[in-house]
Design a binder for this molecule. Sequence first.
Ligand SMILES: Cc1cc2nc3c(=O)[nH]c(=O)nc-3n(C[C@H](O)[C@H](O)[C@H](O)COP(=O)(O)OP(=O)(O)OC[C@H]3O[C@@H](n4cnc5c(N)ncnc54)[C@H](O)[C@@H]3O)c2cc1C
Length: 288
Amino acid sequence: MIPGSFEYHRPSNVGEAAALLARLDSDARVLAGGHSLIPMMRLRMAQPSHLIDLGGCADIKGVRVEGAEIVIGAMTTQHDIIGNDALAAAAPILRETALLIADPQVRYLGTIGGNTANGDPGNDMPALMMTLDATYVLRSQSGERKVKAREFYLGPYDTAAQAQEILAAIRIPKPPGGHGYAYEKLKRKVGDYATAAAAVVLSMAGGKVGRIGIGLTNVAGTPLFAHDACAILTGSALDTASIDRAVAAAEAITSPANDGRGPAEYRTKMAGVMLRRALARAAARAAQ
Ligand SMILES: Cc1cc2nc3c(=O)[nH]c(=O)nc-3n(C[C@H](O)[C@H](O)[C@H](O)COP(=O)(O)OP(=O)(O)OC[C@H]3O[C@@H](n4cnc5c(N)ncnc54)[C@H](O)[C@@H]3O)c2cc1C
């Protein structure tokens, strides 16, 4: 189908974009890579009268490491993330996860801002951002505010961002040197969204887990941060009994849909399987 008619705007920085969004109000949507929004417009599930294309906003594109923080501009594409060696050195799970998103064509245009701001529980980056304890920087005409990724997702396509706010950047605390990481994703075929996926970032000290983050993708109406599983594993030697308890705790917070990717019980169990695999790979990669 062909989208309904709309007026097109191309601001040259995020300040201009925020001013436009404030003026045009609820009739306007920002456009990033268009890989989620344009299909929704073609299906008439989204019918904005104004599209504010962020493609000209160079001030919210790119990656930099600022002291103990990694800052990723919202208009940075998945392809940019994969190709950024400094980022891969600081937090290699970002490259590993981006490589599991869709296919190269989608990754050339799809942005980290669109992926995380959209609120689609099938997107891979949100659970990773929760795992990494990222903070989202939201920009509106009245200024800037910060929201933790772990507090951002309220329901399917429902986030803590207000209609007039633009996600400008994501700030990620740099994981400690020697950390282990893994993103495990079960999908039906290349280019598919996850049946279930798990992200793990951990650091070990003296054979025990020092810090750990665990996120789950597409097994609930929102991405999930597995608090209880993290608490169980913190201080453990990642022994079988602790892992079993942590996996059970992670499975307990899932509530996946019965859909083409399988019945809910299966997807919950697959979340557990993905978590076991991610824990094993992360532990193998961590300095002990
Ligand atoms: C065939 C196919 C397969 C895919 N498979 C996967 C997959 O396996 N995993 C995965 O994670 N994703 C997948 N995607 C989605 C893809 O990663 C999208 O590109 C991404 O989710 C949205 O990013 P975008 O830049 O295209 O955003 P857009 O489509 O432009 O925007 C998406 C939504 O976010 C809003 N938005 C965009 N940027 C901002 C911002 N800076 N601030 C506030 N709101 C903003 C828009 O208004 C819109 O509502 C797939 C897409 C396709 C077409």
